[in-house]
Design a binder for this molecule. Structure first.
Ligand SMILES: C[S@@+](CC[C@H](N)C(=O)[O-])C[C@H]1O[C@@H](n2cnc3c(N)ncnc32)[C@H](O)[C@@H]1O
Length: 245
C-alpha cells in the first residue's frame, strides 16, 4: 500500500488548480510526448495505473479502446473521474497499484502517467505488469525524471545569473536510490528515487523490452507560456515504452 497523498484536502485542491491551468508542464510537455508513443487502440483493453481524474481513460475510449480499467489509490481523484470521465466501457477501481497482483485480466496496453515514482518496489510492479500484459502488449509510462528525484532534500539546487534568472541546475545523491520527501502543497510528499539503471533493469528483469525512451524538451509554446521554466536545464520527465515479447 502506498501513501495516499492526493486525498489530503490541501493537496487535492492545489492539484485541481494546477491541472486546470493550461500552462502546466503535464499538458505542455509530458502529455504530447505520451500521446505520440501510444499504440493503435482500436478494440484494445487498457489498464491505467494511477489514473487520477480519468482524462487518459476517456481519451483511450475516444481512440477506440474496447475496455479501460483505471486504478487509483485516491478516492477523491476517482470521484472526479466518475463524475467527469465516466463511460460504460470504463471501470474505475479504488486500489493501490501495489496490489495489482490480485487482478485477473489480460491487457494490450498498461499505461501510467506520473505515478510510478510513488511506488517503492519497482521490480515487483514490473513483474505484476508483465503478468497482466498479453504477448506483444505495451507498457507506456512517465515518471518524474531521476535527475529530478535524486537530491535528498527533495529539491534541485538552482544556479542564478546576476539578473536572478535560473542559469543551471545541480543535483546530489543520484547514486543513492530510496525514499525521498519534499514539500508539494504540504510537507511530507513521499516518493522514490531510482537511478536510470534501476528502472531499466526492473523492466528487463520482468521480461519486457524497451522500445523507446523520451525526455521531453520544452518547445516554443512551452517557452512562451513559461519563460522562466527550469526545464531547459534539467529534464522533468522520463518516458519509457516497452513491449512484452
Ligand atoms: C500526478 S497524479 C497523475 C494522475 C493521472 N495519471 C494524470 O496524468 O492525470 C498521480 C496519481 O497517482 C495516484 N497514485 C499514487 N500512488 C498510487 C498507488 N500506490 N496506487 C494507485 N494510484 C496511486 C495518485 O492518487 C494520483 O491520482
Amino acid at each position: 500500500m502506498g501513501q495516499n497523498f492526493f486525498d489530503n484536502e490541501i493537496v487535492f485542491r492545489g492539484y485541481c488548480e494546477l491541472r486546470d491551468s493550461d500552462s502546466n508542464c503535464n499538458i505542455l510537455m509530458e502529455q504530447p510526448e505520451m500521446a505520440q508513443l501510444l499504440p493503435e487502440l482500436k478494440g484494445q483493453c487498457v489498464l491505467d495505473l494511477g489514473c487520477g481524474f480519468g482524462h487518459n481513460c476517456i481519451e483511450f475510449i475516444r481512440r477506440g479502446a474496447a475496455h479501460v480499467t483505471g486504478i487509483d489509490i485516491s478516492k477523491k481523484m476517482l470521484t472526479v473521474a466518475q463524475r467527469e470521465n465516466s463511460h460504460p466501457d470504463i471501470e474505475y477501481i479504488n486500489m493501490s497499484m501495489t496490489d495489482i497482483d490480485r487482478i485477473n485480466g489480460c491487457f494490450d496496453l498498461v499505461y501510467s502517467s506520473l505515478a510510478f515514482h510513488y511506488i517503492e518496489d519497482m521490480p515487483k510492479l514490473m513483474a505484476d505488469i508483465a503478468r497482466l500484459l498479453k504477448k506483444g502488449g505495451i507498457l507506456l509510462f512517465s515518471q518524474e525524471h531521476p535527475i529530478y528525484t535524486a537530491s535528498e532534500n527533495g529539491q534541485g539546487h538552482y544556479l542564478f545569473d546576476e539578473l536572478g534568472n535560473k542559469s543551471g541546475f545541480c543535483f546530489s545523491h543520484y547514486q543513492v536510490p530510496g525514499e525521498r520527501t519534499d514539500e508539494w502543497f504540504i510537507k511530507g510528499r513521499k516518493y522514490y528515487h531510482r537511478r536510470f539503471s534501476d528502472i531499466a533493469n526492473a523492466i528487463a528483469w520482468a521480461g519486457l523490452c524497451i522500445q523507446n525512451v523520451a525526455e521531453p524538451v520544452p518547445d516554443e509554446n512551452m517557452i512562451t507560456k513559461r519563460p522562466k521554466s527550469d526545464a531547459v536545464h534539467n529534464p522533468l520527465f522520463l518516458i519509457i515504452k516497452a513491449v512484452k515479447l
